[in-house]
Design a protein around this ligand. Sequence first.
Ligand code: IMP
Ligand code: MG
Length: 186
Amino acid sequence: MSVDAKDMGQDLEKVLVTEEEIKARLAELGARIDADYADRDLLIVGVLKGAVMVMADLARALHTPVSMDWMAVSSYGAGTTSSGVVRILKDLETDIKDRDVLIVEDVIDSGLTLSWLIGNLKSRGPRSVEVCTMVRKPLAFDVDLDVKYVGFDLPNEFIIGYGLDYAEKYRNLPFIGTLAPHVYEH
Ligand code: IMP
Ligand code: MG
C-alpha cells in the first residue's frame, strides 16, 4: 500500500491523473518506444529528482533492454518559475557519442530547462536525442521543442505527486494532483 489521497488530508485540492491512468499511459508509451527503438541500443536519461518515478515505471514498461543514466540540473529562477539558465549538478556517467538517447522528464513547463538540456546533449555527438515527459503544460508550446512522447497534457496549474514536489514534499504520491492553496499561501 502506498500513500493515497486520504494521507494528504486537507493538503490535496484534487487528483488530476490517477495511479491507474499513469500505469495505462506508460504501457502505451512503452509500446511505442519499444517499436521505435527495436534493434537499437537505447540509453534513457532521467532528470533528477522529478523523473525518478517515471524512469522506474517506464523502464519496467519496456521490453527493450535499456541502459539508464541520470543527470541533475538546477535552473536559476525565482520560486516556481524557471529562467533557462542551467547548471549541471550531476553529469552523465555514459559517453553518449553515437548513442540513441531518450531524455525522461517529469514535467515540461516553460520548456527552458529541457531546451538547454537537449542542446547540451546534442553537442556530445549522440546518434539521436528524443524526449519523453510524463506531463506537458501549455507554456511548453511557446518554445520550439519536439517532444516525441507525452504522457498527459495538463492545464497551467502547479502540480505535485509522482515525482513532482512542492518544497521537496509530495514526490511519493502515486498520483498527480494539485495542492490546496493553504499549503503555499502563508
Ligand atoms: P521548466 O519551466 O520547463 O524549465 O521546468 C523546470 C522544472 O520546474 C521542472 O523540471 C520541475 O522540476 C519544475 N516544475 C515545473 N512545473 C512544476 C509543477 O507544476 N510542479 C512541480 N514542479 C514543477
Ligand atoms: Mg524536472
